[in-house]
Write a protein that binds this ligand. Sequence first.
Ligand code: IDP
Ligand code: MG
Length: 142
Amino acid sequence: MTEQIERSLVIVKPDGYRRGLTGEVLRRIEAKGYTVVELAVRTPDRERLAQHYAEHEGKPFYEPLVEFMSSGPATFAVIEGHGCIAGFRALAGATNPTEAAPGSIRGDLGRDWGLKVQQNIVHGSDSAESAAREIGIWFPES
Ligand code: IDP
Ligand code: MG
């Protein structure tokens, strides 16, 4: 059990946005019982992406990742609920959409496109510390 009400940063990445999957992702979040408390469509800028993905700097997929994430509009959401950080990661499924379990967002809706970066539809914060940091980057006013 998680005592604290948690918040997580969810992004419907540019591939998911282009494919018209924003509604489907938000539907799954709401159907699970989490609340959407912030919502915005915007094209991520490289400067904030560098902060957001700082842990991946230097990895072979880092440049392709920043390029991909800044390639067009994405939907940013802050969701709320007990256990929503791990809960959304479970809804999202494994990073590699080929391995993501059917039933998960990436397993049901994603696939490998043979690119240098996995275009896997969604981002979700991986810990309370990451969530606070990421929400501060994308929703500094919240
Ligand atoms: P996560 O999004 O499941 O938390 P991370 O390891 O934080 O996965 O990686 C951030 C993003 O970078 C992934 O969602 C995916 O788009 C991309 N990525 C991660 N690892 C690889 C890889 O090994 N090859 C290609 N792209 C990757
Ligand atoms: Mg991650």
